[in-house]
Design a protein around this ligand. Structure first.
Ligand code: INI
Length: 156
């Protein structure tokens, strides 16, 4: 008989942090509301959702790391929208942010979720921020809750 471990959409005991970027605010505000709605729907109390705003996606890993170091958050959701321009700027931001977020999660053991849209066009971002292709903020919140629940069950 194989033994399987699965997480569920359940609210953790402690607060959840969200680090969200103001750059491309029309998109990131929708990611934020999607993630908050999902957390509230799963039973997380409003006062247990703490939101930190950063100027752009590049600043997210540093602030996520500071929040993890406070040792009071169950998980940190990172939300942003990087949209390709005429130069390779987006490429450098995406690389730094994805590596940075991964490092914060692995070095701390705290789930730090990647809710950064990396799109070629604004239209693609609109579709992924509550349009036809879902809401990355909401997906990110679901992934955080499932991962937290799974981590709590691995010792069973
Ligand atoms: N920041 C974003 O979050 N998305 C973008 O699309 C973006 N572009 O394209 O420039 C962006 N730039 C700002 C960057 O994240 C930093 O805030 C800035 O470089 C200062 O460190």
């Amino acid at each position: 008989m194989t033994k399987e471990f699965k997480g569920e959409q359940v609210a953790p005991e402690g607060p959840i942090a969200i680090v969200v970027s103001r750059y491309n605010l029309s998109i990131t505000s929708k990611l934020l509301s999607g993630s908050i709605e999902t957390l509230l729907g799963a039973g997380v109390a409003q006062e247990d959702i703490h939101v930190a705003w950063v100027p752009g996606a590049f600043e997210i890993p540093l602030v996520a790391q500071k929040m993890v170091e406070q040792d009071r958050y169950e998980a940190v959701l990172c939300l942003g929208a990087v949209i390709r321009g005429e130069t390779s700027h987006d490429h450098h931001i995406n690389r730094a942010v994805s590596l940075g977020i991964t490092e914060v999660a692995l070095s701390s053991g705290v789930p730090v979720l990647f809710g950064i849209l990396t799109c070629d066009t604004l239209e693609q971002a609109i579709q992924r921020a509550g349009g036809n292709v879902g809401n990355k903020g909401s997906e990110c919140a679901e992934a955080a809750l499932e991962t937290l629940s799974l981590l709590g069950r691995l010792d069973d």
